[in-house]
Design a protein around this ligand. Sequence first.
Ligand SMILES: [Zn+2]
Length: 350
Amino acid sequence: MSKICFKSWKQVAQFHNPMKNGELDIQTLELRQDPLTGYQSVLNEAFQGKISFAFPETDYDYLSRRMDDTREQCFMCDGKWRTSAPRYPEQLLAEGRLEKGESVLFPNLFPLAPYHAVVKVGEKHGRNLDEFSPSILFDAFSVSIEFIRRCFETDPKTTYFTINANFMPPAGSSIMHPHLQVIGSPVPSTHHRLILENSRAYHRATGSCYFTDLVETEKESANRWLGEIGQSSWFTAFSPLGANEVNGVWTRNANFLDWDEGDVEAISEGMSRMLLAYHELRFSSFNFACFSGPLGKERPEFRCLLRLINRQNMHLHYRADDFYLQKLHKDEVIIYAPEHLATLIRPKIG
Ligand SMILES: [Zn+2]
């Protein structure tokens, strides 16, 4: 195993602070760099006691009103999807849509890739993050994986698949009803390509797999380690791509075609526990993306990777948490220090 090297730099910023009677305020910053992608993030220790200023907690009365106000119009509620949701052509899915329990997969009306499916997660319109049971998620992830298999059988040239979600308007969702999105394309997304290329370069240089090395390093140091769930390993991200990022790695599986029922159970159980922990921290909005190596190809350098981030919590007049730093510089602001975040999540996931 190669040991992963986590690079960080201490910096200071100085100014006379009117909140401290005009005294010279020397604030300590820590700049971090992700070992695989080089993406940077910055932690200001002075910010740690003032998180609610930039990242207010959820207003549950407002959230409940938004759920009530949107239920009537929701096409996923009360079986309305049976008449209003699109269907796939017969040569791809003979059934048109994939159903399991309360979950159903159908095409996105405005796809952003050759394969772009939406998965309704459960019957309930409004869910808080403590209401995503492993069984509700299992059905949704099962139809997602089944869809990916069917796509590959019909069209083996399309090999780059991810499973994703936007939950709540601050995360970019246009509907409140919980849902996943499965994307499949012959060309990977920019980030997907970056992690594939950089993990291949790491493998060439070290003869080792970056992701299994990362899991070993995180488990050994324990600072950000959250635990193992089935064959998946969970920890907080050293240099996050978004607020309060949690990562899951499937150490046996390079792509989704390798997933068996136990791996689907692991993502369902893992997501359920992480969302419960987010809820107990009064978070209410998230994005996640689960990346697979190219389907049907031997890729010893890659393992399936899940990135889960928190977005601005639901409250009236919330502001976007992505500003020029994230959108144009591709750097991130650390909300909770990842090592502190791990201490907050660990006791909540059992
Ligand atoms: Zn609904």
